[in-house]
Design a protein around this ligand. Structure first.
Ligand code: AHR
Ligand code: AHR
Length: 502
């Protein structure tokens, strides 16, 4: 026992002293459990990695650009993305595998569930939904809205059958929901639910359909197919805590009748083990029958209801030791993940009354207003009726779902806010739900046509306030709805924010 302890301690010291400059995958390799997939839009996960981290595509001309680290082992060159995407919108098209195995993640295809694209594929993530800083340098995570997903069905080197693997991810602990299933990890190769034990991925969120932990969530759980597991029991395991950190390190690892859930604040401190032991006591999970595909943001069968934010994550070959993972956690903490503003350009003053004027040639005398519960545009002047002037005036509030952005409260119906529902803009009373508050939260960026501002949905950052036939939507720049049409998008989605009429 004494001998074992000192061996572990010696390894821990070795890991933290001789690997000071090592990236997460260098640490896993020296622990004998190398990365077989390594994904991050924020930084290199090997000390020597300097190749592209991810690819973005802009809407204006469908051109793509690869974003690489600023230096080997360093933080992504977010400035290159910002220049490339100026005046248009960008989507993350590829998240490259840094392991050298070519296990890149791309737009997930339809499975048991179809994605929202016309061809059944899932949506791609906005390139700007999840800005952060690492050691003071700006980078972007992958902001997954419901409907968004990435996958690789032909991954090489990932665990198959009952073989052992490790996984960690860094997530935004405050961005989650109860939908199925915000996952990163090992899943079916055919996008379908092939039965118990066919997948083994990290899950993050407050889904209560299968497992739960202590409190009301969100929890780190293991998605093992037909079940999210928080420990040995199906259902509740009190050892799996609700997570409250902004940045979360989430770990799931699994071998032969042995698996574990571990977690930590990704910005400080060390990992705790929330479960370690035998496979769940239900048929089909021992032995496991992992298939080895890789998913991000979706369930194994392409369930697309979940949301969350992914910054970095890896899958390993072999069952990593706790000591190896502890050294990886120290590396993540040293990367110094921190929040940064969600708005770009000058902000709005909370409490002020504003108007938003359309800038498309057809409609430059029209303002964002409401008629009943419908948010539309109307011709308004200072001599319009008092009622209309109020209907076209909005009180700026701190974002109900994220105070780094804004909500727009009705002037004539205090307590009611602009929110999207089925992507149409509506005026509804705040019902206090997380869903309402997120639907009513919008972030500002410079207008696409050089005028005013674009108003981006916090929860669906590919979508912006847009007028279409004089009613309004959160529209994407090209997409399945008529109002997503790329023609005139830049004008329709740019608004001059001025003083309110009332
Ligand atoms: O195990 C939970 C979910 O169940 C899986 O992600 C999905 O494939 C199935 O719907
Ligand atoms: O507007 C899109 C979604 O539609 C909203 O998030 C939700 O409230 C509704 O189902």
């Amino acid at each position: 026992m004494t001998l074992m302890r000192s061996t572990v301690l010696a390894f821990g010291l070795l890991a933290s002293s001789s690997l000071v400059a090592a990236g997460p995958c260098d640490i896993y390799a020296s622990g004998g459990t190398p990365c077989v997939a390594a994904h991050s839009t924020t930084r290199a996960l090997y000390n020597s990695f300097s190749s592209p981290l991810y690819q973005v595509r802009r809407a204006s001309d469908s051109a793509t650009i690869n974003i690489s680290p600023l230096s080997a082992g360093g933080v992504a060159n977010a400035g290159a993305q910002d220049s490339f995407c100026a005046g248009t919108t960008c989507l993350i098209t590829v998240i490259y595998d840094q392991s050298g195995r070519g296990n890149h993640l791309t737009q997930a295809p339809p499975g048991d569930f179809r994605g929202p694209e016309a061809n059944g594929y899932d949506n791609l993530a906005s390139a700007i939904g999840a800005p952060v800083t690492l050691n003071g340098q700006k980078a972007y995570g992958v902001f997954v809205s419901p409907g968004t997903g990435y996958r690789n069905n032909v991954a090489s080197g990932t665990a198959r059958g009952d073989a052992a693997q490790g996984m960690y991810s860094v997530f935004d602990g405050t961005h989650y929901n109860g939908g199925c299933c915000f996952d990163y990890g090992n899943a079916e190769t055919n996008n379908r639910n092939n039965g118990n034990g066919r997948m083994e991925a990290i899950y993050y969120g407050d889904n209560r359909g299968w497992g739960t932990g202590a409190g009301s969530g969100p929890w780190i759980m293991a998605d093992l197919e037909n079940g999210l597991f928080s420990g040995i029991n199906t259902g509740n395991n009190g050892g799996d805590p609700s997570i409250t950190w902004r940045f979360v390190t989430a770990i799931v690892k699994g071998g032969s009748n042995l698996w574990a859930i571990r977690g930590a604040n990704a910005a400080s401190g060390s990992l705790s083990t929330y479960y370690s032991g035998a496979r769940p006591r239900v048929t089909g999970y021992n032995p496991m029958q992992k298939e080895g595909a890789i998913i991000l943001g979706i369930g194994g069968d392409n369930s697309i209801s979940a949301q969350g934010t992914f910054y970095e994550g890896v899958m390993t070959s072999g069952y990593p030791s706790d000591a190896t993972e502890n050294a990886v956690q120290a590396n993540i903490v040293a990367a110094r993940y921190a929040t940064t503003g969600l708005n770009s350009g000058p902000g709005l003053s909370v409490g002020s009354s504003v108007s938003l004027r359309a800038t498309t040639a057809c409609c430059a005398n029209r303002y964002l207003a409401h008629t009943g519960n419908t948010v539309d545009t109307q011709v308004v002047t200072s001599s319009s009726s008092a009622a209309l002037r109020q209907q076209a005036s909005w009180t700026v509030r701190a974002g109900l779902g994220n105070s780094a952005c804004y909500s727009f409260e009705s002037r004539d119906r205090p307590g009611s806010y602009i929110r999207h529902y089925d992507f149409a803009l509506q005026l509804n009373a705040d019902d206090g739900t997380k869903q309402f508050r997120e639907d009513a939260t919008f972030c500002l960026q410079p207008g696409f046509n050089g005028q005013g501002n674009a108003v981006r949905s916090w929860g669906y950052p590919t979508r912006y306030f847009r007028h279409w036939a004089n009613v309004t939507y959160t529209a994407s720049n090209g997409g399945v709805h008529e109002y997503d049409s790329a023609g005139l998008f830049n004008d329709d989605a740019s608004w001059v924010v001025g003083a309110g009429f009332a």
